[in-house]
Design a binder for this molecule. Sequence first.
Ligand code: CP
Length: 308
Amino acid sequence: MRLHHVIRAQQFGRNVLAEIFETASEMERIVRHGGSDLLARKVMATVFYEPSTRTRLSFESAMHRLGGEVIATENAREFSSAAKGETLEDTIRIIEGYADVIVLRHYESGAAERAASVTDVPIINAGDGPGQHPTQALLDMYTIQKEIGHLDGISIAMVGDLANGRTVRSLCYLLAKCEDITIHFVAPEIVQMKDDIKEYLTKHGIAFVEESDLKAVASKVDVIYQTRIQKERFGDRIEDYNRASGVYIVDRHLLSVMKPDAIVMHPLPRIGEIKPEVDGDHRAAYFRQAQNGLYIRMALLKMLLCNE
Ligand code: CP
């Protein structure tokens, strides 16, 4: 199956998801056996206008482990010619001459779509402001499938900064492809999930409910998907940030009411909303989740760049 740009989670149907997950499993085997030269002589550009640890380094590791080359501009807002006023479109038109695939993280919603409109080189959206983070949603779904054993029929609590969270937005779009899903939105009112996502879920027959008692929700769900309150999205609304932060914490008390086979996920980084005392519990899946990012991104690169 040919993939081209990776822009938004809605673009993936269940058959493509299945192929990505199967390829990711194959990538796990490749990593265990020391890598491959499948993408030898291919070049990937990572162009990041916002900070990142996991997404950028896992993409770069993915390319290296498949034998490809990486060119990069980290902190592109400051260190690329964007600092001189170059438009995103012009930057992409230039990089398409240097790379076979462009991984783009930008601070504006819709930036990846703008980039894809001016190039035939595959663009991978690595997070566009408060918009979407589709490769994170893919690795989240892969993690749920591996950890819980299935996708259909799960109940999930999405917790924290749902208004600004591109990971939860993209995950909702992917969960809408599944059957018999229940989503509990647990967030301070000021950062509750936005109406566009709720309308999308309703349209696709996905049950969701807004709740305020995390402890009550924790006892009945298969997945707690915790997120960070994103200070960088509040601008000068410091009072709003302070009201939203520290409200919902995953700690050992919460673990004690969770089902024995439920899991705790988080796209990371965390800044206190999951206490370190949770890390040793077998249900703490967030570091395994981040590792799955490598396999999913290897799978995407293979599917984008291998023609045979
Ligand atoms: N989950 C995630 O996108 O992490 P980074 O911001 O470190 O890439």
